[in-house]
Design a binder for this molecule. Structure first.
Ligand code: AKB
Length: 357
């Protein structure tokens, strides 16, 4: 039988400090056991095979060690995909299965990422409600009884046509038009309810579109921003499913992962928003992204053939005011549009299965 002591805030801050001082001590050839803090916390990730999950699990394993993480998803990983992290199949709508996984370890923190995105949600609204809301409710109840900290992602999909479209403030009109947006809006209120009523330490971010070279798009409205890179590099052309002037807030995956870890490390009394924080890094239109990619691939051809996702994108803000996150827990993205484009192109070209156009 293994015993885990719940880490204090001091220990969590020590982990961050460790990341900062480790390279200096390494250069001085100080043996690692003199300065590495003891890792005591167990972490559960649901939706670990999704867009954020894959990157988050790998970052958490780097920080805490693979044996401190349990990754779950309805889809199993490819062999060696999780680099030593234990994987268990989990459908988050199955409260019993969730309870059985939670009873195997004394989890300190749960990153509940399992969810259905906007475009898939419009094609299957019942499933979207079941996974996004029932799954979250099971998790909030478990967090209440088992006393773990919880992270849950919300989205710019909580906003709608009546919301201020540019620099959308934290406390704006929320009138989502999609089932995905309805689940995110309801979920945010459920989180705040569990915090105020039962003291559950649940924290959340309203993510914009996220761009990653690691995980493929997963049924969202912002998927064009990822697909454009892969198609430009591998086919030389892309037919974009939103119009050239569709502008949306976006963020590069390393910043998305950083934002989650920064928020979860912030002292509880600095968290003034218990629904979900507005967050962004930059905004661009489909045409502007195509233009930036052309700086690397001058012959890239992008055509525009909007489908049902155009209407979803039209109702979302084109830029976000995230000043409260910046004040509360020092949010500051590292990548801008140019550095993101440069990194995406460099990283996709390094992939073993990359076949240039
Ligand atoms: C989607 O497009 O559905 C997501 C999101 C913005 O929440 N990427």
């Amino acid at each position: 039988m293994r015993f885990y002591i719940r880490p204090t805030r001091y220990l969590q801050q020590t982990h961050t400090l460790f990341e900062k001082v480790a390279p200096i001590f390494e250069q001085l050839r100080v043996p690692i056991h003199f300065y590495k803090p003891v890792r005591l916390n167990m972490i559960l990730v649901t939706g670990s095979m999704g867009q954020i999950g894959i990157d988050l699990v790998s970052k958490l394993a780097n920080i805490h060690g693979a044996d401190q993480i349990v990754a779950t998803d309805v889809r199993p990983p490819a062999p060696d995909q999780l680099g030593g992290v234990r994987f268990t199949t989990l459908d988050v709508t199955d409260a019993r299965a969730l309870d059985s996984i939670l009873s195997e370890n004394d989890f300190d923190t749960v990153y509940h990422l399992a969810g259905i995105l906007s475009a898939t949600g419009e094609n299957n609204p019942d499933l979207c409600w079941k996974v996004n809301i029932e799954g979250l409710e099971h998790m909030l109840k478990a967090a209440r009884s088992r006393n773990f900290r919880l992270f849950w992602p919300s989205s710019i999909a909580v906003f709608g046509p009546a919301t201020e479209n540019t620099s959308t403030p934290q406390h704006a009109v929320m009138d989502p038009m999609t089932m995905y947006g309805v689940t995110k809006t309801s979920g945010e209120l459920l989180c705040r309810y569990y915090f105020h009523k039962f003291g559950v330490d649940v924290r959340s971010i309203r993510f914009p579109g996220i761009i990653s070279h690691v995980s493929p798009p997963g049924g969202g409205t912002t998927d064009w921003a990822v697909a454009m890179f892969f198609q430009a590099l591998e086919a030389g052309n892309y037919s974009c499913f939103v119009s050239e002037d569709t502008r949306l807030p976006m963020m590069y995956m390393p910043d998305a992962v950083k934002s989650i870890l920064d928020l979860m490390e912030a002292p509880s009394d600095q968290i003034s928003v218990r629904t979900s924080y507005n967050l962004t890094a930059f905004s661009f239109s489909a045409g502007e992204l195509a233009h930036s990619i052309r700086a690397y691939l001058p012959n890239f051809l992008c055509s525009y053939d909007p489908d049902f996702r155009q209407e979803i994108a039209n109702a979302w803000p084109s830029s976000i005011d995230d000043s409260i996150a910046r004040t509360d827990w020092n949010w500051n993205p590292e990548f801008n549009l140019d550095t993101m484009v440069d990194d995406m192109i460099t990283e996709i070209r390094k992939k073993p299965d990359y076949l240039p156009a």
